[in-house]
Design a protein around this ligand. Structure first.
Ligand SMILES: Cc1ncc(COP(=O)(O)O)c(C=O)c1O
Length: 405
């Protein structure tokens, strides 16, 4: 699919407006330049495009469908709610869309190992899967707190053959996992590649991961047209680093009549440390090698953040999201822990779909939005992942509503 916006953004230095770029130590300049060069070659290569098409269709199970959430729509009363089912992508989330491509790129560069951070464990599982499929070693860094919370994904990664390295400093969650993965990568750039798990990090990752995820939006646009003979009025996705949101937004970015809404986690309150709503409360700053909007503490350092969704508790956000908000193309929605848990149970009990806690933030926001809209309006939600990884944690803290046993 041709897109004026996607083809012209970012610029050659990786800037989306004033956001993005590459702020890395000198020893990483060459490895990142090599990755950029390889990507520029590969994206024009018919063999690469064919290989990716093949694995997406015959291994990942794409295209994923769009489902009409008829019972949830009736419950909310208002706009029709549709779901793009990335929970049905192999490994249960959107993350495999960029992992398969990143590992093909790693092989093209002659690397034997992939390294990454993970929050909820979905990127870790997806990368471990891609590494197993293509026969590469895999090293995953994960905060100790998330290791305890996302136990099923930790076991999955181990079964898939990955080595798990716990991040034991600071809050021991996603930001610390990124710190730890970068540190490890610096000492093994010869053999390894850092496969960043979202549209964050230094150029070319925000662009590359967006391009790999844009399959979600391209499929969704065609599928929605088939269902409703139009575009959706609103497209809603949760935002951690922002890869699932950029993936679905990419399909509609040139259609200015489609409202694009990225939903941030409001956690348990508005004070610093109680949420991870970077775009809503943050300011401009550089972290993990890129310039974006971030939550800062009183010393200008990345602030502590919190969300019940381990994959969205990040103190910054992909630079493209900062840019799109800045130019008014996207809007930001909010959903707190309680609303997300309510959405988790409502989608489970009304539609038979247990969502990931991250995705439940997008559902929670869409439920609020639907109630304010007329019945002829439509909302397309990116259901970024399934909730199997979250079930033990949720039922222990939040009793199952209407439990019949
Ligand atoms: C299911 C799911 N959705 C969303 C996210 C957030 O990441 P991103 O904003 O990059 O899509 C994660 C991250 O782990 C995830 O596992």
């Amino acid at each position: 699919m041709k897109s004026n916006y996607l083809e012209s953004t970012p610029n050659k230095d990786g800037y989306f407006g004033r956001f993005g770029g590459s702020f890395i130590p000198p020893m990483l300049e060459k490895p990142f330049a090599d990755i950029e060069k390889a990507y520029e070659q590969l994206k024009k290569s018919p063999e690469f495009i064919d290989e990716l098409k093949y694995v997406r269709k015959h291994y990942q199970g794409r295209p994923t469908p769009i489902s009409f959430a008829k019972n949830l729509t009736k419950y909310c009363g208002g706009a029709k709610i549709y779901l793009k089912r990335e929970d049905l992508n192999h490994t249960g989330a959107h993350k495999l869309n960029h992992c398969m491509a990143e590992v093909i790129l790693a092989k093209h560069l002659g690397k034997t190992k992939v390294i990454a951070e993970t929050g909820a464990g979905q990127h870790g599982v997806a990368l471990a899967t891609a590494a197993a499929y293509f026969g590469l070693e895999c090293e995953i860094h994960m905060g100790e707190v998330d290791i305890a919370k996302e136990h099923p994904n930790v076991i999955r990664m181990k079964i898939l053959g990955a080595k798990i390295i716990p991040a034991t400093h600071g809050l021991k969650t996603l930001k610390e996992a990124v710190d730890s993965a970068f540190e490890s990568y610096v000492s093994q750039t010869e053999d390894a590649i850092y496969c960043i798990g979202s549209v964050v990090g230094p150029h070319p990752f925000p662009m590359m991961v967006r391009d790999f995820q844009s399959i979600i939006g391209f499929e969704a646009k065609e599928q929605f047209k088939e269902l409703e003979d139009s575009n959706p009025n609103h497209v809603v996705a949760c935002v951690g680093g922002g890869s699932n949101a950029m993936g679905i937004f990419a399909g509609f970015i040139d259609d200015v009549d489609v409202n694009l809404i990225g939903v941030e986690p409001m956690g348990i309150g508005e004070n610093l440390g109680e949420h991870a709503a970077s775009l809503t409360y943050g300011e401009e700053g550089i972290m993990h090698g890129f310039n974006s909007i971030m939550l800062k503490d009183e010393n200008g350092e990345p602030a502590p953040v919190y969300s019940i969704g381990s994959g969205i508790d990040y103190p910054s956000v992909g630079p493209e999201h900062a840019h799109l908000k800045d130019i008014g193309r996207t809007k930001v929605g909010l959903c707190d822990d309680n609303e997300a848990v309510d959405a988790f149970y409502k989608l489970s009990q009304l539609e038979g779909i247990i969502p990931a806690l991250e995705s439940a933030h997008a559902i929670g926001f869409a439920m609020k939005l639907a109630k304010t809209l007329a019945a002829d309006k439509t909302i397309l939600v990116n259901l970024s992942g399934r909730g199997d990884k979250d079930i033990d944690f949720v039922v222990e803290k939040y009793p199952i509503p209407n439990a019949k046993f």
